[in-house]
Design a protein around this ligand. Sequence first.
Ligand code: GLA
Length: 741
Amino acid sequence: MAIHINEQDQLFHLQTDHTSYVFQVMENGELGQLYYGKRMHVRSAYSNLATREQHDATPAWKLDKPDFQPELLKQEYASFGKGDFRYPAFQVEQENGSRVTEFVYEGYQLTDGKKRLDDLPSTFDDNNDDSQTLTVQLRDRLLDLKLELNYTIFPHQDVIVRSATFINSGSEETVLNRALSAELDLPDPDYDLIQFSGTWARERHLIRTPLRSGVQSISSLRAASSAQQNPFFMIARPQTTDEHGGVFGFNLVYSGNFLDQVEVDQFNTSRILVGINPSEFAWKLAPGDTFQTPEAIISYTDEGMNQLSQQMSACYMKHLVSPRFATQERPILINNWEATYFDFDEDKIFKIAKKAKTLGIEMFVLDDGWFGHRDDDTTSLGDWFIDKKKLPSGLGNLVEKIHKLGLKFGLWFEPEMISMDSELYQNHPDWLIKAPGRQVTPGRNQFVLDMTRADVIDYLVDVMSQIIKESQLDYIKWDMNRNITEMFGNQLAPDQQLEFAHRYILGVYQLYARLTKAYPDVLFESCASGGGRFDLGMMYYAPQAWTSDDTDAVERMKIQFGTSYGYPQSMMGAHVSAVPNDQTGRITPLQTRADVAYFGDLGYELDVTKMSAEEQAQVQQQTAFYKQHRRLFQFGKFYRIESPFENDGNVISWEVVSEDKSHAIGCRYQILNQPNPSYLRLYFKGLDPDRKYTINGGSEVFYGDELMNAGLFINRLLGRTMGVDSSADFSSRLFLIDAVE
Ligand code: GLA
């Protein structure tokens, strides 16, 4: 294993297969950062990496140490108030109001493996054989306050996991005003910030901007990671592409308010901070209390962004997603939301399920509208008991009938929500989040339950457990359709109100933890109006997520392409829906819709009973095709080829490749047809240059190097178009690449 420690010089070198991360205890006892990037040899000292050169007009640590100037140092976990004027990683307020701290090195602990965190989702290495964990212990010079900086290396995925633990072992009450998970001080600013931003139905579009002097940040204050900004981001050299160049990736195992910030300072260093958003946050750290930050994931490669995505995704599949599901093929589902919305009864549902079964679909998911008297979105959230008007013979009966068809059964919940028109609200008006004396802001006609309360969590565990057991659920879609306003906890003391947003998400995690522990075989899919909580915190409990409410194939190309930078395709729920599309009104071919949805967890979200016989036959072909290649689609290595965020975005292509490189499937999508186009080539990726491959079962045999370096000439004959005119608007072409020997 590869954490090297020079005890004499108090130097730590974390080495993964291809990267090195080096830091050292500085003269003042705090930690200084020396290097993060491509792997280097281990040396006993690295004076060359320490940036110490006296500057004028800059405070120094001590009168007799004029060249030890905090704002010139690369720090590991910086505080504010002692001469470093950049944004700090943390701040502890003491009883006397002072915010100055001096956490100095005390020692370290090195262990094999990685333990799960207690109350937060986290990475893990249950067999203790694939990782190493270093905890560096620091103590404040004045207060009996400890700070532990935790580092885990997953060497084979080139991933480092960081977090911080604050322990108040003294007798003074303190408040954490800020407690980020990781800081990285890079020695220059010649990078682009690549972020994934958008809104509902237009999530995770790539935006690339050069770093500049000052602060650039991505954040959320919605008490959810949000559709607007995703916690995943990259810092890449300007020339870096999907294939080449240096790039750092950052993510956070957290689903609440976050901050990702880059500050380019006066001396052109770039400070990166990742963690809980310090706005709307404070945490009382009374004597005996401990505060654990969420985990930040960081990773580096000099081989471009495809490699970065692959190594980070590989790490999640091994060390974040429940092992029960990580490598298990996900069922093809049919969801009735876009098929019926609230307007259904048992007969309608059963007919859809029955037809779906004949088309090769494997699971029926009953979406919103099955409970209380929910005929629209104004009522019944919280009343998780069956609507006898719609389903007179009960849910158990319907599920039994659907199970008998040979389909699995899944059910929609929105556990964190409450409608004012509900029995739950009649019985527990104080469970709804509101600030004393203020009006409460509705969102989608609904309100939010106070998930910081133990009685709320207990209620939800009970009521959901009853349904899971009685109805033998195989799957749950866990929705969350509005963000929180008037944040206030009526069980929290006045000086703890800023803990609300974090406590809320801890409550959500607790509910997830209790349910997933009690029902380990139930597959959870997280959802927040589609992609409003698409993050690694959710992924720990729910191996897949509804990527976006936008099911339009063309929009989905962008959303899935953007999402693929930070997340594996097995996390992306992707459905074929009806046309004209409900979100955009666009009419795209059925095959294009499937060709997009194949590159995720395939589902259908339309009334299959209303499809023509030809369309039904096409769906049957699609499900058969997907099943044949499902492992490759869901778990193959994902390569982005042509980006919707570059050039005019008209052509998009991507590819999945099997681990042994014997099979690959690529797809090229064209949004608008072009008259008299120039010659087109598709440059495949990730193949074995020395192996021979056929394409779509054709007789011609190509070496991998030719397909990757010279590309494939795109003509009509090579497109596997299943009957669609491959040169039309909104068209797609699949390429099945198989090694012949
Ligand atoms: C959200 C989800 C949809 C659907 C509806 C039901 O918008 O993202 O998929 O479940 O809620 O109300």
